[in-house]
Design a protein. Structure first.
Length: 103
């Protein structure tokens, strides 16, 4: 559907193309190259919570001050919940009041 999302790092018109930066980067293109595309580049990038926790790691992301700083990306980010991995990797995780812990 056609709509506009007003997000903290800028507006996003839908429908939208969203490149996947599963582990905090878009393969083969830097953030500046993305922004320099003729279209002005993507308005948001998709990440994966589970994969980000494994690599680069929650500790490294915390040290950088968050995913935006790690990626050098000032536009919007969308990260999934990791729910698919929680279900598909149920033998490798535990769930409690604090959340999901993967081994």
């Amino acid at each position: 559907r056609a709509a506009t999302l007003w997000l903290p790092h800028g507006e996003v018109a839908t429908p939208v193309f969203m490149p996947v930066g599963t582990k905090g980067s878009i393969k083969a293109l830097s953030p500046r190259q993305l922004e320099g595309l003729p279209s002005g580049g993507p308005r948001l990038i998709l990440g994966n919570t589970y994969h980000l926790a494994l690599q680069p790691s929650t500790e490294l992301l915390r040290d950088f001050g968050g995913l935006h700083r790690f990626m050098h990306w000032e536009r919007n980010l969308l990260t999934d919940s990791g729910g698919f991995q929680m279900v598909s990797l149920c033998d490798l995780m535990g769930v409690d009041e604090q959340g999901v812990t993967f081994r």
